[in-house]
Ligand binder design. Structure first.
Ligand code: HEM
Length: 120
């Protein structure tokens, strides 16, 4: 089974991404990066991207992570922001009752994207 199936598929991902952004958008360390961003669209993109990354069926047609975040790196996006962002992911997965082993796998996957997101 893919990680996507093991965490509960599309239904879990919908709830997860909504919860996750609710956390991110109320976190004073990171919410300023999202000012002026169409969050309805952002949720759709993030769901498609995560589905693809977790081995699910959805097709992600957005920009690659390096290109998508380059203007944010120019605004100062760094490891502290990245850490805050993925901690919200961890908390959201935990809140949803995902097994610790699967959370570990999802976090490793997110962590593997750090250098692309931060343009290194
Ligand atoms: C593993 C970590 C991350 C993943 C997988 C991820 C994924 C994505 C994806 C798929 C998009 C859409 C790209 C597109 O427009 O085609 C995006 C855009 C964006 N991300 Fe991330 N992201 C990550 C980390 C971060 C962090 C740490 C921040 C800021 C704290 C951030 C802020 C944003 C913003 C503001 C946009 C919208 C950019 C725009 O449309 O101008 N992301 N991200």
């Amino acid at each position: 089974m893919t990680l996507y199936e093991r965490i509960g598929g599309a239904e879990t991902l919908d709830v997860l991404v909504d919860r996750f952004y609710r956390r991110v958008l109320t976190d004073p360390r990171v919410f300023h990066f999202f000012q002026g961003i169409d969050m309805a669209q952002q949720r759709v993109k993030q769901k498609a991207f995560l589905s693809m990354a977790l081995g699910g069926p959805e097709h992600y047609a957005g920009r690659d992570l390096r290109a998508a975040h380059a203007h944010l790196v120019a605004q100062g996006l760094d490891d502290t922001h990245f850490n805050a962002f993925i901690e919200h992911l961890r908390t959201s997965l935990h809140e949803q009752g995902i097994a610790p082993e699967l959370i570990g796998q999802a976090m490793a996957l997110a962590g593997s994207m750090r250098d692309d997101v931060l343009g290194r």
